[in-house]
Design a protein around this ligand. Sequence first.
Ligand code: CTP
Ligand code: MN
Ligand code: MN
Ligand code: MN
Length: 371
Amino acid sequence: EERPEPSSPRRVSQYACQRRTTITNHNKIFTDAFEVLVEQAEFNENEGRCLAFMRATSVLKSLSGAVRCLGDLEGLPCLGDQTKAVMEDILECGKSSKVQEILSDEKYRALKLFTSVFGVGRKTAEKWYRKGHRTFDEVHADDTIGLNRMQKAGFLYYSDILKGLSRAEADALGRIVENTVRKIVPDAIVALTGGFRRGKECGHDVDFIITTPALGEHEGLLGRVVNKFQYQGILLYHEHQESTFDLTKLPSRRFEAMDHYEKCFLVLKLKRGLVEMDSQMDDAAQRQWRAVRVDLVVPPITHFAFALLGWTGSRQFERDLRRFAQHERKMLLDNHALYDKTKKVFLSAKTEEEIFAQLGLEYIPPWERNA
Ligand code: CTP
Ligand code: MN
Ligand code: MN
Ligand code: MN
C-alpha cells in the first residue's frame, strides 16, 4: 500500500526578518487584495486591522508556491479568520467581494487619488475629501487650499513621478549621483539602497546613502551636491533636512518616526534613453527628459550600517526587525543604533552582517528582504 510522503513540517516565523522573501511573489492574487484592505484600514486609522493584513501579506509573499486551498495555510502564522475569509472568496470566485466594494467606494478612490501626489499624505487627502473634492480639478479650483512647495512639485511632475523608474534608469541615476559626489569628496561612499537594492525591477524613487570614510567630512557635502545638480541644470525640486542626530539618544520605539540623518528629497531631470525616443510620443514624452524622485541620506560613517539596513527595507522587514529586537532580545533598534536594554549598552556595528549577528539572527541578504 502506497502512502503519501508526509509533507515536511513547515516552521515559518511570525517575524519577516526570519523569513527569506525574494521579489518573486507566487500569491499576488491574494496580496494585491490584502494591500487594498491595508490601505483602507490606513485611511480609516484602524491600526490593528492594518497590521493584521500587512503581516498576512508578508507571510504569503514569503511562500515558495501559490496557495491553492485553505488547507495549504496550515501551520502558517499571522493568518486569522478575517484574512482566511478573504482568501476563501478569492479561491472560490477569483476575487473578493469586500475588496471590490472598497475599490468602488467614493472615499477610498478619492483618498487613493490624492495620496498618489508627491507631498500629499493621508491627513491632507482627508481634508480635501471633507471639503467635498473628488478630483484634482476640484482641488485646483478651490482658492481656500494652499499647496506647499512639495505638493506643487507633486502636481507639476505628477505623471512622470507616478510612472516611477526602471532598473536601468536607477543605474543611470546612480552614476550621476556618484560622479557628482566624488567630484567633491573623491573617496566618498555612494550606496544604492531601498527597493532597487532588494532587486526590484522598478520603483517609485531611487534611494542612496552617501557618506565619507573620514568622519566629519560628510558635513556640508549634501548641500554641495545639490548645488552641483542645480549647476548641471537637473535640479527640479529639493527639500533639504538638516541633521538632528544625537548620539546619546536611545533608539526610537516608534517605527514611523523619521530618522535624524541629514537628508534630501529631490526631483531630478533624467535624460531619456534613445530606446524610448522613437516610440509613440505624447506632449510630455517629446521632452528630452523626465522628472524622477530621488532620496539622498547622509549618515556619519560610524552609523553607515544602521542607515543602510534601515533604508533598504522593505517596510515590513524593518518593522519586524524592530519588533523581533524588542520582544525576543530586549533590544531597541532603529535607523541609528542598536541598544541592549539588559546590559544598558549600545552595540556598534560596521556592517549589516554584524547587526544581524548582534541580534542573534541569521543574515538575510537584501534580495531576500522583500517582505
Ligand atoms: N525609510 C525610512 N525613513 C523614511 C523613509 C523611508 O526609514 N523617512 C525606509 C523605509 O523603511 C523603506 C526604505 O527606507 O523601507 C525605502 O523607502 P521607500 O523609497 O519609500 O520604499 P522602497 O522600498 O524603496 O520602494 P519604492 O520602490 O516604492 O521606492
Ligand atoms: Mn525607494
Ligand atoms: Mn515607497
Ligand atoms: Mn524613498
